[in-house]
Design a protein around this ligand. Structure first.
Ligand code: GTP
Ligand code: MG
Length: 199
């Protein structure tokens, strides 16, 4: 199984609420995770487009819901990261509402990909987000990011720690990933294709 050949990847919509969002009914996959975990890099890696989603070492770059049309086949939805201290409380609340509104109202949301830094224990916010997805019965793939920064001999230990901290459900999926080496890319595309084809 290999990755999808992405021939079209366009930022179609940047918006903050429902009346901006696409109306063409394609399946949607949303990317969630704390600020700086590597959401935008992951989107670029999956699509093979290095400059599609704006990445930065300054956290807090993504401030709207960004819908990327992939091959007229589905949308990838990039959202602001959580847990970034230098965003004002008011801004943080606005982001929270925007994401919650998105997660609870989009009929074609087929999968949430929750990114967790593979080097570290999940944060309290990561656990809250995961529980939230469980509460709303949203199918979830956990992606452990920045795999290239972890020694191979530690892979199992880190995966176990992350799963136990999250109280990971075996009904969900887990993939280790590096946006630098693209390790995990075929596996993620395989999961995406399976889920999209079920809908
Ligand atoms: P916000 O938009 O602020 O929420 O951040 P984000 O989650 O979109 O993170 P982004 O993709 O901008 O990446 C943050 C930093 O981590 C950048 O410096 C990336 O180059 C780096 N990074 C992301 N993924 C990887 C990875 O797999 N390996 C390594 N080594 N660095 C990564
Ligand atoms: Mg980003």
């Amino acid at each position: 199984m290999s990755s999808m050949q992405v021939t079209k990847a366009n930022l179609s919509v940047m918006g903050t609420d429902s009346n901006h969002f696409p109306k063409d009914n394609l399946p949607e996959i949303v990317f969630l995770g704390r600020s700086n975990v590597g959401k935008s890099s992951f989107i670029n890696s999956l699509t093979g487009r290095n400059k599609l989603a704006y990445t930065s070492s300054n956290p807090g770059k993504t401030q709207t819901l960004n819908f990327y049309n992939i091959n007229d086949y589905l949308y990838f939805v990039d959202v602001p990261g959580y847990g970034y201290a230098r965003v004002s409380k008011k801004q943080r609340e606005a982001f929270g509402k925007m994401i919650e509104n998105y997660l609870t109202t989009r009929k074609k949301l087929v999968l949430a990909i929750l990114l967790i830094d593979f080097r570290h224990q999940p944060t309290e916010d990561d656990c809250l987000m995961y529980n939230y997805l469980k509460y709303y019965h949203i199918k979830t793939l956990i992606v452990g990011t920045k795999l290239d920064k972890v020694g191979k001999t530690l892979y199992n230990r880190h995966e176990k720690q992350i799963k136990s901290t999250l109280d990971f459900s075996n009904a969900d999926l887990f993939v280790k990933y590096s946006s630098v080496t693209n390790q995990g890319k075929d596996e993620v595309w395989k999961i995406i294709n399976q889920i999209v084809n079920e809908h």
